[in-house]
Design a protein around this ligand. Structure first.
Ligand SMILES: [Zn+2]
Length: 89
């Protein structure tokens, strides 16, 4: 437990919002927003997460990401609806 000289001036870092553990100054490591978006979308499509759960998780990250996931989920819904209509026909 020694704290030797680790006080260099650096931007305030926090873990990347996707959960990969990378420490960065921004919300996401470049490209990781779409990585997380794809994951959430897949979980929603598979029924592992509800729409509310996905959007709540996205909202915690940022308004922008929330908007992105709202659109992404709408696409999943549209696809599921189309598939259902096809199956019923
Ligand atoms: Zn990440």
């Amino acid at each position: 437990m020694t704290t030797t000289g680790k006080t260099t001036k650096a931007p305030q870092l926090h873990p990347c919002a996707c959960g990969c553990g990378t420490q960065i100054a921004r919300t996401f490591v470049r490209g990781h927003d779409s990585k997380l978006g794809k994951q959430l979308r897949a979980d929603y499509a598979a029924g592992k997460l509800t729409r509310a759960q996905v959007l709540a998780a996205a909202k915690k990250i940022s308004e922008r990401f929330h908007g992105k996931m709202t659109r992404s989920i709408a696409q999943v819904d549209a696809k599921a609806k189309a598939a259902k209509a096809k199956a019923a026909a």
